[in-house]
Design a protein around this ligand. Structure first.
Ligand SMILES: [Zn+2]
Length: 292
């Protein structure tokens, strides 16, 4: 496989999938590493770090270091380090050695001009794409036309990734305009959304909005709730004079105070809107006619 010229995680994963069209699900990430010149995967014992990579400038071979933790986290870290190894533009701070913290492994955006943050985001994109390859994911999501958090644990098990990694990918791939919010003890930790979903106004670490279904319990742990309509203003900006979209919420409490919250937007139907306007016009005309 000639991977020397790839510039993006997407192009890199495409090449790997072309060479390995029958890659099983869950992806055997350690076998794949060995095929791609990773000589060994060893335990990382440096405190404060989740993963690492030892390699040379030519990238002729590499050793991946990974903290001995839950399998799904290990798999993501290994895939992330493989991304650093395969991306020619990834150059470590310290010659021949990458070390990544858990905050690096969660990074989804980089500040402009910050090379290090950009590398971490790219390694995460690579890890997501290789562990949840688009063709297999599309197939697995065939029965998920109506979005629901109930799908997340099943899909996460199928691909052997964490629920949060699956939630992030699910939010991006789903056809409907959705966002998935990760909550902890009444606070919003972060959210993942589809590009077509509007800007989420609730900041990270802020309390879950008071009007949210989240506060209308009791919600049973491990069970995705029914959907409920909520005021869109709780989560998104609604401009005055514009017809507000309908926003649905679903909550899914997890272990240790963590939870997922799904926001599903129903955009106003353009045809319906045109009908409304026509109706409005006809009334106005009617009133004028009467007055005369
Ligand atoms: Zn990294």
């Amino acid at each position: 496989m000639d991977l020397a010229d790839v510039g993006s995680p997407e192009a890199l994963v495409r090449l790997i999938l072309q060479a390995e069209p029958d890659l099983p699900i869950p992806v055997p990430i350690e076998d794949l590493c060995r095929q791609l010149d990773i000589a060994a995967i060893q335990d990382l014992e440096t405190d404060g770090f989740e993963g690492g990579l030892i390699t040379d400038a030519e990238r002729s071979a590499g050793i991946i270091l990974v903290k001995n933790t839950m399998e799904v986290r290990r798999r993501f870290t290994i895939a992330h380090e493989l991304g650093h190894f395969l991306m020619p533009s990834h150059v470590p701070d310290q010659a021949g050695r990458f070390l990544c913290k858990s905050s690096d492994l969660r990074r989804t955006s980089a500040r402009e001009g910050d090379r290090r943050e950009r590398m971490e985001v790219e390694a995460n994109r690579f890890a997501s794409l290789i562990l949840m390859p688009a063709p297999a994911l599309r197939q697995a999501m065939r029965g998920c036309t109506e979005p629901s958090l109930q799908h997340i644990p099943t899909l996460a098990r199928q691909f052997n990734v964490s629920r949060e990694a699956m939630a992030r990918t699910y939010a991006h791939y789903h056809d409907e305009p959705i966002a998935i919010v990760v909550t902890h003890d009444g606070k919003v930790l972060r959210h993942y959304k589809k590009l077509s979903f509007p800007f989420v106004t609730c900041r990270n670490n802020a309390p879950v909005p008071a009007g949210s279904l989240y506060h209308r319990g009791p919600h049973e742990r491990g069970i995705a709730s029914d959907f409920a309509v909520c005021l869109p203003e709780n989560w998104i900006e609604v401009r005055r004079g514009e017809r507000a979209p309908v926003l649905y919420e679903q909550v899914y409490p997890q272990r240790e105070g963590f939870g997922l919250l799904l926001l599903h937007l129903e955009l106003p139907d353009e045809e319906e809107e045109a009908e409304d306007r026509e109706m409005e016009e006809s009334w106005r005309v009617g009133f004028k006619a009467k007055r005369r």
